[in-house]
Design a protein. Structure first.
Length: 579
């Protein structure tokens, strides 16, 4: 293990914490000539070291890469402090001679200390470890991670820790360049803190959740029940599949699942087992049940995410954004079979709040592409609430079966553009599908399909609001009536859109749909790909109405336009028995 970090590089506050405790180890590392890598085994017959403290000391005296192996089922009590650039600590070995781990080992904190403080200047690996029982004063109940190198945690369980500050289980004190990677079946659970019940990260570093990482059942008395990001920290979340994601966390303030501010960012992406889940989180006293993001420079990119079943008392059951934040939701490219079907590759569903059941934005901007916004509920804006001075652009998106008055609300000085949207079966919507405030800036509804049993498309905002409805189809005569005075209209049609199977939630259009080859692109040029990431503007050989752009979220494509290639007959326009 190469040494190049003197004792004085550790913050002075950490030295004040180094009072005598059971198992305490401080490694003050100085430069030395390279020597062969060594493996230190700990704890039983045939092991080279009697305990972890001795193993850490032995590794500190040997420059080069070192590996410390711990016996399975053994617990090591204390606050272990490590500063290193090339070290692996691996638990779970059945014997000191075993070639590979088959279980786990435990690092125990106490009522006054966390289990681990780690300063990484290079690559440090933690594997097959449990970190639990920590309850320090300050940040990082189970582990405090810092430095400028890379920390990898593989199959590490960090649970049942608490902190009086931030990061109930983990606190990442990020210097520029620090990367913290959670791999395998890792767990961050049952943590409690002021902010970031599971994990808190502050500073210019990066955290990754990969494979089947689960952040669950954590609680913050303040903000960020599962994760709290601030001061430029970036989180990349692509964990996926059963038993993964940011799930069932709770915050007393904002952001039941995730809280983002002060120039921090969160990015979700498609994992090896499917969509990145943010589910069943709670903000019972505030906003942002799933995610709350605020402040200039703060960003949420919710790509290939499943934001489902989150609840907030106030605003944004799924997502809440305000104070200059930027939000992008959807799918930025094609997929290779990880989605349940060709269309549901970005989902905001079954979320609940007083306003903005799915998404709520205030003095911020949101762009939504290729997303299914379904089964959300609210007293106003059950799908999307665009609050004062906010801007929303929504395209190639399905808005279906949301419940509550006005599925979309547009506030004062706010603007909304809908292009190639399919809206179906939203219930209890009241008088209008879209309600715009008197001083709303603009509402544009373009190249879309609305299959609604009741209500009208748009309320009458103030005279200064720009309103436009272009190339819109609805099977209900009254739905396209009563448009505000001065609304610019063109090509409004009353007809059955002929969905493939509306009862089963398949809103792709059949080959005989009047929405095919229906509009030009003089008013709406956005959305070059449809909801299942197929190209737009396919000329299908039908008689063009105004042009070759299809209406709604889906672009029809002859034989393979309706999911035939997936083998899922529920996606097909029709099936026939073979002779």
């Amino acid at each position: 293990m190469r040494r190049g970090t003197p004792c004085r590089s550790l913050p002075e506050a950490h030295f004040r914490m180094l009072r005598p405790v059971v198992g305490l180890a401080l490694l003050c590392l100085t430069a030395a000539a390279p020597s062969p890598a060594l493996i230190f085994t700990v704890g039983g017959a045939g092991c080279t070291q009697p305990d972890l403290v001795a193993a850490l000391a032995a590794a500190a005296s040997n420059p080069g890469h070192d590996e410390i192996r711990l016996l399975a089922g053994v617990s090591y009590q204390g606050q272990f402090l490590v500063s290193s650039d090339d070290l692996a600590i691996i638990g779970g070995f059945a014997t000191c001679a075993a070639p590979a781990p088959t279980g786990t080992s435990t690092l125990l904190g106490s009522n006054s200390s966390r289990a681990l403080f780690l300063n990484s200047t290079g690559l440090v690996l933690l594997k097959k470890l449990n970190l639990t029982g920590g309850a320090p004063t300050g940040n990082g109940g189970g582990a405090l991670l810092q430095g400028s190198g890379e920390i990898q945690l593989i199959d590490v369980l960090i649970f049942d820790n608490s902190a009086t500050g931030d990061g109930g289980n983990v606190y990442v004190n990020a210097s520029p360049g620090l990367t913290v990677n959670f791999f395998g079946s890792s767990l961050i659970s049952q943590g409690n803190a002021t902010d970031g019940g599971g994990l808190a990260c502050a500073g210019d570093g990066t955290v990754f959740f990969r494979d089947r990482v689960l952040v669950a059942s954590n609680e913050a008395t303040g903000d960020g029940g599962g994760v709290h990001l601030s001061a430029g920290c970036a989180l990349f979340h692509s964990s996926s599949g059963a038993g993964s994601g940011i799930v069932s966390n709770s915050a007393g303030g904002l952001g039941g699942g995730v809280y983002i501010d002060s120039g921090a960012e969160m990015n979700t992406d498609l994992g090896g087992f499917g969509l990145a889940p943010i589910e069943m989180n709670l903000a019972p006293n505030g906003s942002g049940g799933g995610v709350y993001v605020a402040g200039s420079g703060s960003v949420l990119r919710a790509f290939f995410a499943r934001i489902r079943g989150n609840t907030a008392l106030s605003a944004g059951g799924g997502i809440a954004a305000e104070a200059g934040a930027v939000v992008a939701i959807g799918r930025p490219g094609p997929t290779f079979g990880q989605c349940a079907d060709g269309a549901h590759c970005s989902v905001v569903s079954d979320n609940e709040a007083a306003t903005g059941g799915g998404v709520w934005v205030n003095h911020s901007s949101v762009s939504i592409h290729g997303t299914s916004i379904e089964h959300n509920s609210a007293d106003g804006g059950s799908a999307v609430y665009v609050f004062d001075s906010a801007a929303a652009a929504i395209d190639s998106t399905v808005i279906a079966r949301n419940e509550g008055p006005a599925p979309i609300v547009v506030g004062n000085s706010a603007s909304l553009t809908l292009g190639n949207v399919t809206a179906v079966g939203n219930t209890n919507i009241g008088a209008n599908f879209i309600t715009a405030a008197a001083a709303a800036t603009s509402v544009r509804v373009l190249t879309s399909i609305f299959s609604q049993p009741s209500g009208q498309l748009l309320s009458s905002p103030g005279a200064a609001t720009t309103t436009q409805v272009d190339c819109v189809l609805s099977p209900t005569v009254n739905f396209l009536g009563g448009l505000p005075t001065g609304t610019v209209t063109r090509a409004l049609y009353v007809a059955d859109p002929r969905f493939a199977n509306e009862a089963l939630g398949n809103y792709q259009i059949k080959g005989n749909s009047p929405a095919i080859d229906h509009c030009d692109t003089t008013q709406w040029t956005g959305g070059s790909n449809d909801i299942d990431w197929q190209p737009r503007n396919i000329d299908n050989g039908f008689l063009d109405v105004l042009g070759i752009r299809d209406l709604g979220a889906d672009e029809y494509r002859d034989i393979f336009s309706n999911g035939f290639e997936t083998g899922n007959t529920l996606l097909w326009s029709a099936t026939v028995a073979s002779p």
